[in-house]
Design a protein around this ligand. Sequence first.
Ligand code: AKG
Ligand code: FE2
Length: 356
Amino acid sequence: MPPRNPNSEEVFDFVVNKGNGIKGLVDAGIETVPDLYILPVEDRLEASEVVSVDSIPVIDASNLDDPKVTDSICEAASKWGFFQIINHGVPLQVLNNVREAAHKFHGLPYQEKNKYWVGNSPTHTVTLTTSFAPQAETALEWKDYLAFRFVPGDQESFALWPPVCREEVVEYMKRAEPVIWKLLKVLLKGINVKEIDKAREYTFLDTPVVYCNYYPRCPNPDLTAGVLPHSDIATLTLLLQDDSGGLYVRATDDHSWIHVPPIHGALVINIGDCLQIMSNDRYKSVEHRVVANASNNRVSVPIFANPGFNAAIGPLPEVLQTGEKPLYKQVIFSDYLKHHCSKKHEGKKTMDFARI
Ligand SMILES: O=C(O)CCC(=O)C(=O)O
Ligand SMILES: [Fe+2]
């Protein structure tokens, strides 16, 4: 347990133990940022660290058979680790519906939401929680989120998921999954992986997870983190944001940050640790962070394309066939996930778990 200001224990109890979340605290009428949420100065995002000269690529994904398009995807994944796609085929209405559903869920009364709070939920495939690892953090992240796990063959969970948003989340997943597979295939082809049989599919995408992230408006976002710098552990993340802004990714100079401007109808794609490991560093899983908003309640809906729990993750034979030295050992995805979740967000530190 990190040392905390004694006033913070009360706030911690309200937000985490009682399951009110950060939204519950904001709704209670706080006008300043509680100590529990104030970041040490060195962890805050300073305006001087944000560069505006660069921006991550925006790629028209309407023809993923066009070599010019596939080259630009692979190049973006190597250089930036992040890009946005437009004309991706997921209908705008599906995106609008899932964003609205996220607002509706987080807007439910305490009694309704508390049924899904971690520890209370009727199924491990849906949990509501706050911050990333509250027990391990000195300052908490200004975010609540409802996580859905899509376990293959699971017929039971849907009935137990919150009725206010489950159809919209399932529809979003259904429409987005083919896009994720298409992108994975393009990226894998770019590192010489031409055939993906059933057994191999399991190592690239098996149990995707959808978050309905909610960042309530914050009295002073500069003092806090919506999400601290981290990289995602999946192979790929597909993220829907709203028009609030606030997502920043690490620039190629490795110390400044670039804002990811909201684009109507676009999806943000980023490479996760597993694909960086599999590609032996050809593709980059890039750090990113979120700053909450002073006037808007921001929502975002990422889909994490997670491998199967028992999948062995390591540099792929196709990448090493020319005699290249592996930079990572083989790790089991569930061990990697467990390690990631046992600590607070700390940039790209999770990758050390697999590094040789
Ligand atoms: O809310 C966002 O824009 C990004 C959230 C994120 O990075 C995450 O949930 O891993
Ligand atoms: Fe992330």
